[in-house]
Write a protein that binds this ligand. Sequence first.
Ligand code: HEC
Ligand code: HEC
Ligand code: HEC
Ligand code: HEC
Length: 464
Amino acid sequence: MKVNLPMPRLVTYMRISTPLEILVKANKKFIISLFLTGLTAAASCTLVSKPTQKADVVTVFLTGNELGTMKPCGCSGGQLGGLDRRSAVFNSVPAKSRLIVDTGSFVEGDSEQDIIKFDIIIRAFSLLGYDLVNLTEKDIATAENLGLLDGIGSLFDVISSLKPTDVNLAAKFTKKFSLKSETVAVTVAAFDAESASIEQIGRLFTAPPGLQTVNILILNRCGPGIINSITKQAIVDCLVCPAESDEPALLSAPDKKPLVVSVGRFGRYICNLQIKPAKDKGKPILSFGLIPVEEDLPQDSSLLALYEDYQQLVKEANLLERYPRFPLPDGLEYTGPESCKGCHEYEYEKWSATPHAAAYATLKTVGSAFDPECAVCHVVGMKYESGFVSEQKSGDLKDVGCEICHGPGSEHTKTLGTAKTTGPKLDCTDCHTPETSGEYAGNEELYFEKITHWREPKAAADVK
Ligand code: HEC
Ligand code: HEC
Ligand code: HEC
Ligand code: HEC
């Protein structure tokens, strides 16, 4: 099957600079470690104590559906996720008794920024010591576009239920674990019920003789029909379905075979399967768990460095300046807070002291000032022609300025305040979402009070 994605944006991206060039420029040492992934993985295992003792369980870490989320934005406390915190979870289990698998869907769309993310995410997987990555149809298309499909297998093992014409991708992968009492072979395969018949599943799982086996099947489509037929075959021990929630979920009864699970989205949790070998001739026992990637987990410095490379790539691709912009209605234009100051000095002074007036500085502190995905809530009118473009070209429109809430000021200022301000105006909840502002809901009044910059009606009357 040949999958095609629109190309034009990629062409521009490639011209600007190849990711590798920048990575090399940014950090020579780091790039070396990238290609010696075995070494990196081995080094990071030193965190684990007592490596000599054999484990009696295998832990399978399952992730997937990053959908472009590499790190939570850091807008408010308590956010889960971040590739940089995954290693702490993975390294809690010695490499000898763990299997790390990503089920695919690294990015959401096919924008230039998505393509940069794709490249960074696969490098992150390599640094994190992933054993296996499943490529979805979209992942294959993006990798092909980037010219990475051939080389991706040198970073980690790759499987897919799809067969791109020019590259030979395996459909299954097996890793053996020698535990205290038993050797367990875990096979992970990918299957697409629309392009193959259920009977073919048997061929994916040929059991190595004399070993206890665990068969995990990643499905790119799930439904009661498929799950039923696969259950009847009694070959598969664990079925992985596409995610419908951010949290990984157990979709079957915990003691039924197969265990049906989904791995969640946006990297907020890591799904873990524990495999306990059977005592006699029975089947190993599987159990489902999920680990929240919490903000008190340590951050891996090589992953943090990789994220800085990402920020650098986004900056060099000039995505913020090249963001698509539309004209405002009625020929209106943004004029910036300085243009309000003369007539609304009180409001201006009050606003200047609120965090809104430092929102762009915040992005600079964390290195994301050139990331349009962040700027959209930290500057004025990024989506409009007279809105924020860059600090040099439109520095007066950085931060959460007056016109975000009151609308573009050109008519109002031209008419010396006679024409009332009109839309587009944003509401608090357009930016203070559950994701970016966890404390907002339920504390609206407190938030409102904190930004008060208007005079009390009484005081205004006094002033005349
Ligand atoms: C949907 C709008 C939105 C987007 C997109 C957004 N932010 Fe924010 N950001 C906010 C809001 C709202 C706050 C204030 C939250 C609060 O205090 O309740 C905030 C606060 C922050 C803070 C904390 C400021 C402080 O002083 O504590 C940081 C850091 C930050 N954002 C960084 C980012 C980065 C980096 C990105 C992009 C990856 C981003 N933001 C994307 C809305 C957004
Ligand atoms: C030349 C003086 C002048 C300038 C410049 C000016 N205003 Fe006003 N503004 C007024 C006057 C006069 C009123 C109406 C009387 C009042 O309520 O103070 C007003 C009223 C308002 C109001 C309440 C009524 C409405 O339109 O919603 C808002 C909000 C407002 N201004 C925001 C702004 C913002 C934002 C800017 C800068 C983009 C700005 N003004 C620039 C003079 C000005
Ligand atoms: C364009 C997006 C946007 C809109 C609309 C917006 N805010 Fe904010 N708000 C932010 C950002 C970004 C920050 C973080 C600023 C920083 O510290 O960098 C913030 C911070 C705040 C803070 C400071 C929070 C703290 O922890 O100190 C308060 C309070 C606040 N906003 C209230 C409001 C209210 C009330 C409204 C509606 C009237 C509103 N905001 C509308 C983006 C927005
Ligand atoms: C985060 C949103 C937000 C920002 C930013 C903001 N305002 Fe306001 N402003 C409000 C809200 C909310 C009110 C009070 C309720 C109302 O009148 O809508 C208000 C009230 C006002 C009033 C009084 C309006 C009246 O009807 O009496 C003026 C004037 C005003 N703001 C001007 C400004 C100026 C000038 C700036 C920038 C220096 C600014 N505001 C920044 C949200 C904002």
